[in-house]
Design a protein around this ligand. Sequence first.
Ligand SMILES: [Zn+2]
Ligand SMILES: [Zn+2]
Length: 208
Amino acid sequence: MCLGACRYGEHQHISPVAVVAADTLFIQPFYPASAQWTAHDAAELRAFYHVPVVVLPSIRIYDTACAASGRYSADILLHCLSSIQRARGHKILGLTTYDIFTRKNNIAEWGIFGLGRCPGDQCIVSDFRLRKFKGKTQEFVTNVVLHEIGHNYGLPHCSHDNRCLMNDAKGTIATLYREQKWLCPHCLQKLVAMLRIPGDMQLALYEK
Ligand SMILES: [Zn+2]
Ligand SMILES: [Zn+2]
């Protein structure tokens, strides 16, 4: 899923090295997200986007985001994550085991895997709907994490190649079976322009 927002574009006159250093990603795990899960996705994010990743100590999920159904509003969680203090421009990814939803058309609680501002500084991913796919859960969750951070970097949904990470999952699992840990040339070009990463890193990203 992606949310419209407009916070990007503040780094236009900074060198590539400075942009990479400024774009540290923070991971905020909510109990009881495991340390193993968090560490795995921290490593995946470092390898895929070539940015520093810092894991914050786990905290209790925000009660204000809990609906009467017992599920959690992803939109409210994004708002809460925005209040966690960090340097300007740093992005933060929340990881939760609770079921999360957003509003979709006239459906008040549309269950989702993740939600990220596009572009923006906050995203949230839940493994709740992915845990039943034994043997694939970790791979699927990682792809959703990379997808939501892609939104934060300003990548919209992709319709150029159905193997691209930035395809819209539309809440269904079929997309996740098709997707690879890979950005199509179209999305990659956009990302490189956004991150201004040096040429040798572009190649490394392309080969994913
Ligand atoms: Zn999306
Ligand atoms: Zn793409």
